[in-house]
Design a binder for this molecule. Structure first.
Ligand SMILES: *[C@@H]1O[C@H](CO)[C@@H](O)[C@H](O)[C@H]1NC(C)=O
Ligand SMILES: *[C@@H]1O[C@H](CO)[C@@H](O)[C@H](O)[C@H]1NC(C)=O
Ligand SMILES: *[C@@H]1O[C@H](CO)[C@@H](O)[C@H](O)[C@H]1NC(C)=O
Ligand SMILES: *[C@@H]1O[C@H](CO)[C@@H](O)[C@H](O)[C@H]1NC(C)=O
Ligand SMILES: *[C@@H]1O[C@H](CO)[C@@H](O)[C@H](O)[C@H]1NC(C)=O
Length: 385
């Protein structure tokens, strides 16, 4: 009896609630576009009595993706949810540092059924849903150019595409803003006085951020020798070469001969030396190599507006005489041998003659005396034993 009354009452209440207080949206989230690295924010508001709960769900674009609920701090804290439940429910979802995988369908769900989150009971009133899609756009690629322009260096940034409207450009030196405009072009430039050296790093920023950022690292050239050491033959011509890497145009190249700790600038006279410098490369040609004056260290020196970079190349010169040394050595050896043989032969010959003389000139007594000594020895040995 009591149960029947309760049922009747609750059906009556339900009837009233259904008519007046189920959850409904007063603001549904709007679809958004965001750039990789940027952020998007979605907003949702719902009314009902009691005040409904708002949940956020996400389903990615790839076919295997299934919807799951988002929470504050999800996705390595890139997802933030701020909700207020006062007269009605309001919830904001924001996603920072967007990546391509964040593209998909975001769903705002609202429900005020007391059983809405019960694990086994199905709520009498279904969740109401509102969807918004988020598209994540790739920012364009920025190309940077540096050129000498009269007494200035012109820095240019060009964005090859933009999926969102450009609303301005900002130029920064380090983290100081040096120029800003509200133009919409895909190209922006900035001029720097050539005399202004040690400029450091410049950035161009396309607005709104993070549409794109270009960087200029302005440094002296990095000069490297194509071959750190080389050698040539006396009388021939040799060419040595240096290269530079630099994002600023090179103003000039010089070559020096290092003498002791000093260096002498080399003049391209086309008789002894010829310097050919083209952009980031320089070649020094040395004609008619001389082993007494040309060997040593050669220094190539490249200069841009930020300073200079250099490298030394060691040159050795083989003289014609040097090439002869091994041959001369053999000749000398043969000569020495011949002399030795000659002397030996001479000696042998003269000793033979001496022997012959001795034989003739009574060596007999010597021999006989030797014999007699031997005999004595034998006698003594016998006697003692
Ligand atoms: C989707 O699932 C199928 C079957 O499990 C699998 O072969 C395929 O690689 C999955 N695709 C993606 C994009 O994960
Ligand atoms: C811009 O440059 C990037 C990288 O080089 C390239 O992937 C993209 O397709 C380019 N966009 C256009 C419109 O050319
Ligand atoms: C200079 O260039 C060489 C060769 O390209 C490289 O190994 C070296 O790291 C560079 N030095 C600097 C300071 O960039
Ligand atoms: C200088 O070097 C460049 C690059 O190798 C070459 O094309 C040019 O002919 C050279 N100039 C002279 C005058 O040898
Ligand atoms: C390289 O050239 C620059 C500019 O001419 C000069 O200041 C610098 O001393 C030179 N470096 C060397 C090692 O000669």
């Amino acid at each position: 009896m009591a149960a029947a009354v309760f049922l009747a009452v609750s059906f009556a209440l339900l009837g009233i609630q259904e008519a007046t207080a189920t959850a409904g949206f007063i603001q549904a989230p709007l679809s958004q576009e965001g750039l990789v690295g940027g952020s998007v924010a979605l907003h949702c508001e719902a009314v009902g009595r009691p005040v409904p709960e708002i949940q956020w769900w996400f389903e990615g674009n790839s076919p295997n993706d299934t919807a799951y609920q988002l929470w504050d701090g999800a996705w390595l804290d890139r997802v933030h949810i701020h909700a207020t439940y006062d007269q009605h429910a309001a919830s904001s979802l924001s996603i920072d540092k967007l990546s391509a995988e964040d593209a998909g369908t975001y769903e705002c769900r609202a429900n005020n059924d007391p059983n809405r989150n019960h694990l086994t009971l199905t709520p009498r009133v279904r969740w109401v849903r509102a969807q918004a899609s988020v598209v994540v756009l790739k920012p364009g690629t920025i190309e940077t150019f540096v050129e000498n322009y009269n007494s200035k260096i012109r820095l240019t940034c060009t964005l090859n595409q933009s999926s969102i409207e450009i609303v301005g450009h900002r130029w920064m030196r380090g983290n100081k803003v040096v120029k800003e405009d509200t133009l919409s072009g895909l190209t922006t430039e900035f001029e720097v006085d050539k005399e202004e050296t040690g400029m450091g790093n410049y950035f161009c920023v396309f607005l709104p951020e993070p549409t794109g950022k270009g960087e200029f690292i302005l440094l002296p050239p990095n000069v490297t020798a194509v071959k750190k050491s080389t050698h040539g033959e006396e009388g021939t011509t040799i060419t040595i070469m240096c290269k530079a890497s630099s994002n600023l145009p090179l103003l000039y190249w010089t070559w020096h001969k290092v003498v002791d700790s000093d260096s002498e600038i080399i003049v391209s006279d086309k008789k002894k030396f010829f310097v050919n410098s083209t952009g980031l490369e320089t070649r020094l040609t040395i004609y008619n190599l001389d082993p007494s004056t040309d060997p040593g260290s050669y220094l190539c020196n490249g200069t841009n507006s930020e300073g200079s970079g250099w490298e030394t190349i060691t040159l050795r010169v083989h003289s014609h005489l040097a090439a002869l040394w091994p041959f001369l050595g053999i000749v000398a050896e043969v000569l020495v041998l011949l002399i030795i043989i000659f002397i030996c032969e001479k000696r042998q010959k003269s000793s033979h003659d001496a022997d012959a003389d001795e034989d003739e000139l009574g060596s007999a007594p010597l021999k006989s005396s030797g014999h007699s000594l031997d005999k004595d020895k034998n006698v003594r040995q016998r006697s003692t034993s």
